[in-house]
Design a protein around this ligand. Structure first.
Ligand code: ZN
Length: 506
């Protein structure tokens, strides 16, 4: 399916865009940002050998060590725990146990995540005759207390997400959601959704997704306003959503006979280590060096999944090796010419599992957050139209600092000269892009924060996000833009002011 990428609209500056009173970087600093370095680093970080750097796996750790090596070579100071490059934290995973759970229909055992895919992460003990519901929308049938089987409905087009994962998976997920929308409220004990032919085509891919379960991290900043910083207790039977299952289309004939079904679903919870990589450059000014500019680029991607068009590694070249290598480039420039304030280079782990690394670091910062003057985060900066880019956090209610936005726009006018898209920063944008990267936890805590991005594309979160598809001249301009914004923030006489009354809409 084609992506609809709206025509960008240039940001209209309220006044002529002026940088802060800061001398421009020296030629030797500019010379340290090179397209050839960006390209070499990106091919290494998004290579098949990195196996998609999935958070909480050995693949992420391999990438983390590689990232730390880049900074060690540049002579940065390790800023993690105990004089290392690393800040460790534990992911908390909750998932349906494929070994302790069982399901049988008409006396035949179905392998969990093989022929029956639990959609919800809730425990269940249920047994009884299946009630066949030919149409999920038929409200004349009383489904209370029953194990209901019904064919998945065709989802309305608006429910099919436009980005993330291959089209057939997005279609299948939308069909599942549409089928459950009203059924869930009618009191069944469990719902068996029978795949249509198109959903069946995505069955194994949906299974791989769903088997992963839920991810969280303890003692982090809350995922959203009003939530606790603690991991939610393990769900007990009957406490969560109605247990729903996807079964293969071939099971339809059996289920129409309304056979007996027995479903015993157990959950398992365990921890797995993930890691933020953090290096720093100390500033030159005896007073200002106690303040920090924080660059951020998640190091993880989405690992190895189901084989799609001959590849199973979700290499994450744009997402997010592109920003990571731009961050290395900014570090090279700042080693060549140190700014007045200090600079922290953070590569959060497990961003793809729910901004886990940045939520952890913002709760346990390696330097006081009150001393962080700006967060410059990036996510995917190497694709789409060569002349456009987006700056999120540039307009209310996402704007935390009008001053920092002005500096970023001034830096753009002197580097990438991009037409700055404003649509993706709007609260009405369906992708909610502002809420999907690592600047968010810092913004929630009132730290001036920006996100640089060239937005989504059809290869997002697929095996097609590979180094060959990156626009390197564009990436170079984005890297220069991020660097110069950081240079301004690190040398400005005064730190950027937080907008009075700054409050996110959710
Ligand atoms: Zn990303």
């Amino acid at each position: 399916m084609a992506l609809s990428i709206a025509t960008p609209i240039a940001l209209v500056a309220q006044s002529p865009i002026a940088p802060p009173q800061v001398a421009p970087p020296a030629a030797r600093a500019w010379a340290a940002i090179r397209e050839s370095d960006l390209k070499r680093d990106l091919y290494a970080m998004a290579s098949p050998e990195m196996r998609g750097r999935e958070g909480g796996t050995l693949d992420e750790m391999r990438a983390s060590i590689w990232v730390a090596e880049q900074y060690a070579r540049l002579g940065l100071k390790p800023m993690g725990e105990g004089g290392t490059w690393f800040q460790w934290f534990n992911l908390v995973r909750t998932r349906v146990s494929s070994t302790a759970s069982t399901a049988s229909i008409g006396g035949t055992a179905l392998p969990i995540f093989g022929d029956i895919v639990p959609i919800s992460v809730v425990p269940l003990e249920a047994s009884g005759d299946v009630l066949w519901l030919a149409d999920a929308a038929d409200t004349t049938v009383d489904v209370r207390g029953r194990i209901v089987a019904t064919p998945v409905v065709t989802p309305p087009p608006a429910m099919v997400r436009t980005t993330s994962y291959p089209t057939r998976v997005r279609y299948a997920e939308a069909a599942i959601a549409a089928s459950l929308r009203t059924l869930e409220r009618r009191g069944p004990v469990a719902v068996l959704l029978v795949a249509s032919d198109s959903v069946d085509a995505a069955f194994d891919a949906v299974s791989v997704q769903r088997a992963r379960g839920l991810y969280d991290v303890d003692h982090a900043t809350p995922r959203a306003a009003g939530l606790s910083d603690r991991v939610a207790p393990l769900p007990v039977a009957g406490s969560g959503p109605v247990p729903a299952f996807l079964v293969r289309a071939a099971l339809q004939a059996t289920l129409r006979q309304q056979p007996n079904a027995t479903l015993s679903i157990r959950l398992e919870r365990f921890e797995a280590p993930s890691v933020n990589v953090i290096g720093g450059i100390r500033g030159t000014d005896p007073t200002l060096r106690d303040e920090w500019v924080l660059y951020s680029s998640h190091q993880d991607a989405n690992g190895v999944r189901l084989l799609e068009s001959g590849d199973s590694v979700l290499a994450g070249a744009d997402d997010n090796a592109s920003v990571s290598v731009a961050e290395f480039a900014a570090a090279r420039a700042m080693v060549a010419q140190r700014p007045k304030r200090s600079v922290l280079f953070v590569h959060p782990g497990s961003e793809e599992r729910g901004l886990l690394g940045s939520r952890y670091h913002s709760a346990h910062p390696v330097v006081p957050l009150s001393q962080v003057v700006a967060v410059l985060n990036g996510d995917m900066i190497g694709r789409n139209n060569p002349d456009t880019a987006a700056l999120l956090g540039a307009q209310p209610p996402h704007r935390s600092s009008a001053e920092l936005v002005q500096w970023a726009l001034a830096a753009n006018a002197r580097t990438g000269k991009f037409v700055v898209d404003t649509l993706w920063d709007r609260p009405s944008h369906p992708e909610g892009w502002f809420f999907r990267s690592d600047h968010l936890p810092y913004a929630r805590l009132g730290v001036p924060s920006l996100m640089y991005t060239t937005n989504l594309h059809p290869d997002y979160h697929t095996a097609g996000d590979i180094p060959e598809r990156i626009d390197y001249p564009k990436l170079l301009r984005m890297a220069r833009w991020m660097y110069l914004t950081g240079w301004y923030a690190a040398n400005a006489p005064k730190r950027p002011a937080v907008d009075p009354g700054f409050k996110l809409e959710r």
